[in-house]
Design a binder for this molecule. Sequence first.
Ligand code: NAP
Length: 245
Amino acid sequence: MIDYNEKKLAVVTGGSRGIGKECALELAKVGYDIVITYAGNDDAANKTISEIKTLNVDAEAYKFDVSNSDECKENITKILEKHGKIDALINNAGITRDNLMLRLTNDAWDNVINTNLNSMFYMTQPIIKAMMKKRQGVIINMSSIVGIYGNAGQTNYSAAKAGVIGFTKSLAKEVASRNIRVNAIAPGFIQTDMTKDLETSKIVEAIPLKRLGEASDIAKTAKFLIVDAPYITGQVLCVDGGLVI
Ligand code: NAP
């Protein structure tokens, strides 16, 4: 029997800032206790935790590198020991290291693939094990529209984000019978630290809805997929103002 009074726990990687922070706040608004993870920005993480706590849920931050398999395992073990379960996982942490192919370094390639794609495997494997035992769980993986339609100067990032889509669809098929849903969100151009240096006037012109996205546009979609969409799995939802129509 489902216990509707049971507290739920969501883990959001890269939850200190930007899209991850808004996702954490959106889930806190509907009563989820929150674990955010982050790489190093203690001030941002502490501020986010204080904001989440004003919504009367538990919130804690774990600092570790999602591109490091051992650190992911170690921290997920701690979270599971403390909470006994994880109901929702948002694999959101990501970076860009843009350059044209001829100038792209091995480091820029490896860092982006490790942080944006390999991290999904490192985070998901130990968590899905716990979800399978409970026969319940929801996972959202943050892709990007450039994983669908490409972008000059972002071969590393687009490859990682396309990989996220294949990962999402395959895992959705693998775990559906255990009542676990896995979807991806492909944001368009969202106003965060990641995009703050972009020249955006031409981009806005190309967006049918004629505005850049807000982190809250993505967060509302994540909340919808986690809370209100029990029959949706294996999908990639573009949240991009119509850019990829
Ligand atoms: P952001 O504002 O730059 O925030 C990135 C977050 O990821 C921060 O919390 C950062 O932690 C964390 N992070 C980065 N590297 C990490 C690592 N190695 N280990 C652990 N945490 C790490 O980025 P955003 O714009 O919100 O993007 C969030 C996700 O959406 C990313 O996957 C991005 O690729 C995707 N996305 C964004 C856009 C966009 O237009 N903004 C579009 C499409 C897809 P610290 O605070 O400690 O640095």
